[in-house]
Structure formats: structure tokens, C-alpha cells
Design a protein around this ligand. Structure first.
Ligand SMILES: N[C@@H](CCC(=O)N[C@@H](CS)C(=O)NCC(=O)O)C(=O)O
Length: 207
């Protein structure tokens, strides 16, 4: 299996999941927003043939090519059912798991990506400076909702570390790096899960 990624970006979710799953993989460090003729650029035609958006992550496993981080983490979880990344829950428990996953993607991550897009990712002419304040406002709203969705237990669902914990920790790491006002309890959540051996191994790959 080959994972194309860049640093702490969303590809780190997949890298960490591979380490949690104990699957064999090769990590291909890719550069973002670099010239298309550079061999490791996500804009290089050979990479665009895999991922038309020129984004990371991309996972290649034989004939399978996946270009969405959540689909990749799900795939890894299904390939390694004993990893617990996808917990074994009853339908209601699993619905809560799904709800948190979709919330992280649709609500919590969006203001972070808005800030990134309007600070550096979009072409300059498309950036709107006022979006930075809007992102802050929306992040605070998402935190308020998350406070209601999450309990105070060590893990988000069930009694074990799962994909929800991985996504929460990664997304809060992103928020901290982007200088959002992250409540102390979510900084502690990031710190706790990033201390896992699999997370440390994944960090060693990108450092
Ligand atoms: N929905 C995609 C988003 C992928 C994405 O936007 N990745 C960013 C890094 S976190 C990227 O490659 N950006 C490159 C660019 O915007 O040029 C996923 O979750 O995999």
C-alpha cells in the first residue's frame, strides 16, 4: 500500500490509521502548491493522474486509488478489523459514531479549512479577508455543539480508541496549529491521543 501525504495535513489521519492498524505501507512525501515540474509536487501530471485535485492524501492499494481521507481511514479500519478503528457497536452506537465523524468533517473542520483557504490555499484574487473572523465565529459554534455531542469519557465512543478519537485529535491539532482558540479540554484530548505509540510512529515518519 502506498500513501501520498504531506506533513500534518489531512494525510496524517491516514498515516496514523495505518500505524494503528499495523498494516505495511510505503509513505510518499508530497509537496503542495509547488511547481508542476517538480517530481514530488501534488501538481505533477503523474500525481494528478491519481488525484485529479492535486491534493493529499491519496492511498493506492493494487488497483484501488482513494483520494478522500475519511474513505481511506474507513478502508484501513475495514482491512484491520482488530485495530478497533471501526468499533463493533450496535446500530444505535454506530449511529452515534457516524454522527461524530460527519460532524467533525462537516462542522468542526470547515472553519479550519476556510481559514486555510482564505489565508494561503486559494488564488489571491479569490481570498476574502473577512472570512477569517467568520471562521473564528463558526469554530466557536462548532465547539459549543461538540460539547453537547461528546461525553466526558476517555474515548468518544465505546471503551476504546477509534477513528472518532483519531479524527478529533488530528482536527484539534490542526486548530491549534492554525491558532484558533481551542478550549483546554480539547488541547488535552489532542495531547493524550498524540502520545499513543502509533501516533508517535506516524509523527516520526513526517519529521
Ligand atoms: N476532503 C479531502 C480534502 C483534501 C485536502 O483538501 N487536502 C489538502 C491538505 S489538508 C490539500 O491537499 N490541499 C492542497 C491544495 O489546496 O492545493 C480529504 O479529506 O481528503
Amino acid at each position: 500500500m502506498k500513501l501520498y501525504g504531506f506533513g500534518h495535513s489531512r494525510s496524517f489521519r491516514a498515516l496514523w490509521a495505518l500505524e494503528e492498524a499495523g498494516l505495511e505501507y510505503e509513505y510518499v512525501a508530497t509537496t503542495l502548491r509547488t511547481a508542476a515540474d517538480e517530481a514530488d509536487s501534488a501538481k505533477n501530471p503523474s500525481y494528478l493522474a491519481l488525484n485529479i485535485q492535486g491534493k493529499v492524501p491519496t492511498l493506492v492499494d493494487g488497483d484501488l486509488v482513494l483520494t478522500e481521507s475519511l474513505a481511506i481511514v474507513n478502508y484501513i479500519g475495514r482491512k484491520a478489523p482488530d485495530s478497533g478503528l471501526l468499533p463493533k457497536l450496535d446500530p444505535a452506537g454506530y449511529a452515534h459514531h457516524d454522527e461524530l465523524v460527519f460532524f467533525i468533517l462537516a462542522e468542526l473542520e470547515q472553519p479550519l479549512w476556510s481559514k486555510g483557504k482564505h489565508m494561503f490555499a486559494l488564488p489571491e484574487a479569490q481570498r476574502i479577508p473577512q472570512m477569517l473572523e467568520t471562521a473564528k465565529f463558526e469554530f466557536n459554534k462548532a465547539i459549543n455543539a461538540l460539547d453537547h455531542l461528546l461525553g466526558d469519557e476517555e474515548f468518544a465512543v465505546g471503551n476504546n480508541f477509534s477513528m472518532v478519537d483519531l479524527l478529533l485529535a488530528h482536527t484539534f491539532n490542526w486548530a491549534i496549529r492554525f491558532e484558533f482558540d481551542v478550549p483546554q479540554k480539547y488541547i488535552a484530548l489532542r495531547d493524550r491521543h498524540y502520545q499513543r505509540q502509533a501516533a508517535q510512529r506516524a509523527l516520526a515518519v513526517i519529521e
